[in-house]
Structures are given as C-alpha cells and as structure tokens.
Write a protein that binds this ligand. Structure first.
Ligand code: SIN
Ligand code: FE2
Length: 225
C-alpha cells in the first residue's frame, strides 16, 4: 500500500514499526514472507536502483528455447544472471556493454543481509542481484533458482512498486503453488529445505504505484559463486 502520509521521518519510522513487527508469514520450512521489511530502506534503495539502471539498462533477454522473456532484467554485483540462446549462466560482464555489472550498492547488501538474518539465515553475503522489471502483463513461469554454485545460501527477494501474485510451490514442478500477494516493500526469503522450491509470478495487473509508477521491480539477491 502506498504511504499516504507525509514523508516525515517520524511517519516512516512508525510505519516501519507497525508494519514490520507483526507481519511475518511462514510459507514453508525455510521460507518466510516479511511484510514491509524493505520500507525503511525504500528511498535509498530507489536512488541506488536509478544509478544501477543508468549504467546497465533493463533488457528483455532470450531463453535457450528462443523465447524473449516478458520480464526485462539487469543485474548488479560481481556476478549477473543472463540467458541467451546458448543457455543460462552467471557472468561478471554485462553482455550489452562488455563492462562489469555495476557494483552492488551498500544499501542493497544491507537490506538483503538483514532480511536473510530475519528469515533465519545469518551471515548471508550476496554477490549477485538480479533486477526484474515487470510491466503490466509481464509474468515469470514456474522455475527453480538453481544456477548458483552453493545452495546453502538463501534467496532474498524484494518487491517494489505494483503488487503482484507470487506463486510458491514445492520441490516438484507439479506441486500446486500457493499464491501470495506481494506489495511494495515486502521481502520473501527462502532457503534450507525450500531453497530449490518452484516459484513464479502471475501476469502483472495494470495500475499506478505512487513511488514506482506503472511497473513492479523485484530484486533477487543470491550467492552465485
Ligand atoms: C525470480 O524468481 O527471479 C523473480 C521473482 C519475483 O519477481 O518475485
Ligand atoms: Fe527465481
């Protein structure tokens, strides 16, 4: 829900206290939804995001099957997730620019570390942040995050902008996914027994978000290498 109060520090702090403390939903063993966890970080995160996408703009990548993804992506950190007709991989270099991906902003790392710790995974040190941009209608089909070298580290997923329906299934593709409405500032952490669970995002409904406009942006932090 957009913050309808004035942007005073006090209002922001009260929002953080009201929204963060009581709103922790267990999704599965090792998986938790931390409602509004990112709200106290939002201004700094949005400013840092702007700098990242100025250096490494969003692009719609092509899957090994030859389909252009509806979600536009970019990355920051020492490794970035890419797909092209030859396959999926982590790469230190942005294939569009030939340059290393932008460094991971300190506020991104702090948010990811703190959320992971709140989810039971202390000491998370992400080296990759995949940034997904959903325009209305964009979706992500059910998949596992399994291109990382070490599954001991969790995945930390931060939602910004328009709400989306997150599908969180089980270890098998056929497991019926539960549906969670993720709003601006919500964070999902999954690891341990649910680290390889199938997940996806239903087609984004149209709308206008007060801070982010007509889009949803998702940051997924990983330990890739
Ligand atoms: C992903 O699985 O990489 C994205 C999940 C999301 O957008 O919430
Ligand atoms: Fe994923």
């Amino acid at each position: 829900m957009p913050n309808e109060r004035g942007p005073t520090l006090t209002a922001d702090l009260f929002d953080a206290v009201r929204d963060v403390r009581p709103s922790r939903e267990a999704m599965a063993e090792g998986a938790v939804l931390l409602r509004s966890f990112a709200r106290p970080f939002e201004n700094e995160v949005i400013a840092a995001l702007r700098e990242v996408i100025a250096q490494a703009p969003f692009r719609r990548m092509v899957t090994p099957g030859g389909h252009q993804m509806s979600v536009a992506m970019t990355n920051c950190g020492s490794a970035g997730w890419v797909t092209d007709p030859s396959g999926y991989r982590y790469d230190g270099v942005d294939p569009n620019s030939g340059q290393p991906w932008p460094a991971m902003p300190a506020v991104f790392r702090q948010l990811a570390e703190q959320a992971a710790a709140a989810g039971g995974f202390a000491g998370f040190a992400p080296d990759a942040c995949l940034i997904n941009r959903y325009a209305p209608g964009a979706r992500m089909s059910l998949h596992q995050d399994k291109d990382e070298q070490d599954f001991a580290a969790p995945i930390v997923s931060v939602s910004l902008g328009l709400p989306a329906v997150f599908l969180f299934g089980g270890a098998k593709r056929a497991d019926k996914p539960a549906r969670y409405r993720l709003e601006h500032g919500d964070v999902v952490v999954w690891g341990g027994p649910s680290r390889l669970f199938f997940h996806g995002v239903a087609p984004l409904a149209d709308g206008e978000h007060a801070l982010m406009g007509r889009q949803r942006i998702n940051l997924t932090f990983r330990k890739a290498q």
